[in-house]
Design a protein around this ligand. Structure first.
Ligand SMILES: [Zn+2]
Length: 407
């Protein structure tokens, strides 16, 4: 069978389904459902908070080795990698899921089973993606599916929040595989109809204002960092963000001050700016930075004579590029066909995932759900229901085999 680039995606998927190895592999996901869930439980009970994914990475790399993957390593950034080599090293497809969760170090990652549901922080996001990596590597090995290209399985660090895509960024710009990757597939969360081919961009800032501080009565007139931040927020709050392309902003955290009757010496805020379109994101970004500067200037202009000015520190703490893998690219078309072949209506969408980074580098990339259902993502009440997980894994396998090709 030739690779997808030479045939129509629908034909590719149909041809795949007619081969005995693939038929057996698809069956494997049904008969091994319990084993896959057990693996997910093992993975998710290993704590993984932002910048503390190491233990989970080590476990995953151990599993990669046991499954017979080669070149297994935890790279300098903390990603864990394993190669499933086909007859050739190219095309090379990265198949990934993220190791990190949004939860702090103190979080209890113990899994509770309640009827069909598994409850634990990060159990779905991205526990089901990590379980998918193991199941897919296992099935291709056990059923000896003769792939043409190769697959690099990767558990990435730093997908969430302030991780700022550091894992995938290192993998694709600095790591030793950086220039060799031809396509990218990330499993993130549950579901079987969603195909994320558009990257939602964001910029995140931490604003810090430092001034002399003083007594609320005696030093009145000293520039007040909380007042300046309040001024900046009130202007940002009325920014005319367009509905289309969807553009949003959020002041997510403010801090500062020590007492009701003290002029604060310091105040900070953290801000998240997003847009579906790069041009709108840039416009909002410019507005925000100008607004902060003006708010600080105003506070400084009206300060008491002789007092020092407020000092502004504006740090970009997160930056995720926008962009898209065109809906008529072979990778997206394959995903659409595989979704339909399994009886679901494909839904193209836009989100912020590890795929943002490859998309910005011009590498075809999509993010898929790994099957099953979930709720309360990013909260301590997160749950995952593994029923119908096999459908997500089947779809993933068809997309992967369509891209790597089979002998
Ligand atoms: Zn996720």
């Amino acid at each position: 069978m030739s690779s997808v680039l030479k045939t129509l995606p629908a034909l590719t998927v149909r041809n795949l389904l007619s081969t005995p190895e693939v038929a057996r592999a698809l069956h494997f996901f049904e008969t091994n459902a319990e084993g896959i869930t057990d693996e997910q439980i093992r993975i998710c009970s290993i704590p993984a908070s932002p910048f503390n994914e190491h233990e989970r990475a080590v476990y995953l790399s151990k599993r990669f080795s046991e499954l017979g993957l080669s070149e297994v390593e935890v790279d300098e950034e903390g990603n864990c990698l394993g190669l499933l080599e086909g007859s050739s090293r190219s095309p090379l497809m990265v198949v990934s899921a993220h190791l990190d969760t949004v939860f702090s170090k103190e979080t209890d990652f113990t899994i509770v089973r309640r009827e069909n549901r598994l409850l634990a922080p990060g159990i779905a996001d991205d526990g089901c993606g990590l379980a998918a990596l193991i199941a897919l590597a296992q099935v291709i090995r056990t059923e000896q599916i003769p792939i043409e290209g190769s697959i690099l399985f990767v558990g990435t660090v730093g997908e969430e929040g302030e991780g700022n895509l550091r894992g995938v960024r290192y993998l694709l710009t600095k790591g030793r595989w950086a220039t060799k990757v031809n396509s990218f597939l990330s499993f993130d969360g549950p579901g079987v109809d969603r195909i994320t081919n558009r990257a939602l961009g964001s910029r995140r800032y931490r604003v810090e204002l430092v001034g002399p501080g003083g007594h609320s009565w005696g030093d009145f007139g000293v520039p007040n960092p909380v007042h300046a931040i309040g001024r900046a927020i009130s202007r940002l709050a009325v920014y005319p963000a367009p509905k289309e392309p969807r553009t949003t902003f959020n002041v997510g955290r403010i801090e500062g001050g020590t007492s009701v009757n003290a002029i604060p010496g310091r105040a900070t805020m953290e801000v998240d700016l997003r847009s579906a379109a790069e041009s709108e994101l840039r416009r909002l970004d410019a507005f925000f930075r100008r607004t902060v500067r003006e708010a600080v200037d105003e506070e400084n202009v009206k300060r008491r004579a002789g007092d020092p000015e407020l000092r502004l520190k504006l740090d970009l703490i997160g930056e995720r590029p926008t962009g898209e893998t065109p809906s008529d690219s072979p990778l997206v078309e394959l995903a659409i066909e595989a979704t339909r072949m399994l009886g679901f209506e494909p839904r193209l969408d836009q989100s912020s995932t590890d795929s943002n980074l490859p998309i910005s580098l011009g590498i075809p990339a999509i993010t898929l759900g790994a099957g099953g259902t979930s709720g309360y993502s990013h909260t301590l009440d997160e749950w995952y229901d593994p029923r119908d997980r096999d459908k997500g894994l089947k779809r993933g396998l068809l997309v992967i085999l369509g891209m790597t090709g089979m002998k």
